[in-house]
Design a protein around this ligand. Structure first.
Ligand code: ZN
Length: 495
């Protein structure tokens, strides 16, 4: 079966055919490092990490570019916003690059905890001022940008004469161009819909670069056009980001690149949906923005406890990336239990004897397990449906638990099926979904725990209940449960 992806540009699912196989170019809009990452950032970078991992699994050679926005002038919904880095640097009394370093490091730290793979290239906006200036010069030369008082704007009305501005986001150009001017500093623009490519720096503005139009700083959209073209060429396979970037950011990227390169820049546009919190949109005005550091520590009024990065990753992947994902403590607690159940099943699988060429005694069960495993790649091929992969894996868990409890004899399944289960759990859970067993105990600690379990077993067989109870009670206080199995062995686990 072929991989099918939903393309935001055509608004339908399309068979994924790379421009130059086996190479795939993927660009994902990275974070603005003017502050700490929050829950809303976790979704795109985890989503595209799985897209990246799955493409690698399919054998593609992927160049994954994810930028760092460390400068720039922002426009949201056609409304001018300021340079967030400069503003925050003044607020925190830091050098802008000191601020950028602090939040870039925090971003990397959090996403290492989420077990996301490093992108192939992580370019910064400030490292590509020259490329941005030359692209702006090209736009002016071609008649699609104009300079006013040291600032340069993209001429949306001119572009709309020959192109469909609004094609990606579904915005109607007539609405965007309507002439009722709102206040704010839009007097310079020919049209409300025009967006800044370069802004003249006011005297006190700290981040500034020399340009043909005087000292200033770049607009936000131009950075992604300049860097994606530089590293992936003028036509590349995948451009991704959160749905909130459809307009104006990605729409404007298309316009800029289309003029500079004489054709549209991207084959497949992929967007993840948003995260709501207890049914509400996340936003400062609702007081419900939860930073990643707060999630990991549980230190936020909306949180009943801390949640580990793997639980959050699992929670995100339990919903298809194009559906709205609602955050609540109950949902997260459910994810925590679910993830643990899956990895416990994986541990049981790994402890089952394999190797010998045994036919299974329960043919029907064996066939059922195999056909469930057959479905895993088809779910991912269907627009990266991680939710269905996890649901299918959960269907197998009761069988695995029954093997452990010996409700189903181990020889019910063929040794081939047991090996396949071990392999598929590893490939799908760990390699493709990027999940890790946070409860797994290894090394010296594992040895010490097994020793204590064996001492308890001996003590019980000698009726030395003082020793056996002491071990159980004191470990329970440390959050470790000992359990006497039916066969007389003692097992243990972290709570
Ligand atoms: Zn971008």
């Amino acid at each position: 079966m072929a991989l099918v992806v939903y393309n935001s540009l055509s608004r339908k699912k399309e068979v994924f055919t790379p421009i130059n196989p086996p190479y795939v170019g993927m660009y994902v809009c990275g974070p603005t490092v003017s502050g700490e990452s929050h829950l809303g950032h976790a979704r795109p970078y985890i989503t595209f990490d799985v897209v990246y991992r799955y493409l690698l699994h399919l054998g593609y050679k992927v160049r994954y570019v994810r930028n760092i926005t460390d400068a720039g002038h922002f426009e949201e919904e056609g409304r001018e916003a300021e340079d967030k880095i400069s503003k925050k640097a003044q607020l925190e009394r830091m050098e802008p690059m000191e601020l950028v370093h602090k939040y870039t490091s925090l971003f990397h730290w959090a996403f290492r905890k989420f077990n996301t793979l490093e992108p192939s290239i992580e370019p910064t906006a400030t490292g590509h001022i020259i490329e941005q200036i030359s692209m702006i010069e090209d736009l002016i030369k071609k008649g699609y940008a104009y300079e006013v008082n040291g600032s340069v704007y993209f001429d949306v009305a001119k572009y709309a004469e020959g192109h469909d501005y609004g094609k990606l986001s579904g915005r109607v150009i007539e609405d965007l161009l309507e002439t009722t001017r709102t206040l704010e500093s839009q007097e310079e623009k020919k049209n409300k819909a025009d967006f800044a490519l370069w802004k003249a720096a006011p005297p006190k503005h700290i981040m500034r670069w020399k340009s043909p139009w005087g000292e200033g700083f770049p607009g936000w959209h131009i950075e992604c056009s300049a860097m994606s073209t530089k590293y992936l060429g003028s036509y590349f396979d995948i451009h991704g980001g959160g749905m909130d970037l459809l307009f104006p950011h990605h729409e404007s990227e298309i316009a800029q690149s289309t003029i500079c390169n004489s054709h549209a820049p991207v084959k497949y546009w992929i967007h993840n949906n948003m995260i709501t919190i207890n049914g509400r949109k996340m936003g400062k005005s609702y007081n419900n923005v939860i930073r990643l550091t707060e999630l990991f520590s549980g230190n936020h009024p909306l949180l009943t406890k801390a949640y580990s990065p793997m639980v959050i990753r699992f929670f995100i992947l339990q919903t298809h990336y194009r559906s709205v994902l609602d955050f609540s403590n109950e949902a997260l607690e459910g994810s925590e239990k679910g993830l643990r159940r899956l990895f416990e099943a994986f541990e049981i699988l790994n402890s089952l004897p394999g190797g010998e060429n045994r036919e299974g005694t329960a043919k029907e069960l064996d066939t059922k397990i195999n056909s469930t495993l057959d479905e895993l790649p088809t779910f991912l091929d269907d627009d990266f449906n991680t939710a269905k992969v996890l649901a299918a894996m959960f269907e197998i868990v009761p069988t695995i638990n029954s093997l452990k409890e010996k409700i189903i004899p181990v020889d019910a399944l063929s040794s081939k099926t047991i090996e396949r289960l071990k392999n598929d759990f590893h490939v799908y859970l760990e390699e493709i979904l990027g999940l890790k067993n946070e409860w797994e105990v290894t090394g010296a600690f594992k040895g010490v725990m097994n020793l204590l379990a064996s001492i308890r077993k001996d003590a019980r067989s000698k009726k030395d209940y003082y020793t056996s109870d002491k071990i159980r009670k004191e470990l329970a206080e440390l959050g470790i449960d000992m359990k006497d199995e039916k066969d007389g062995n003692v097992s243990w686990g972290l709570r």
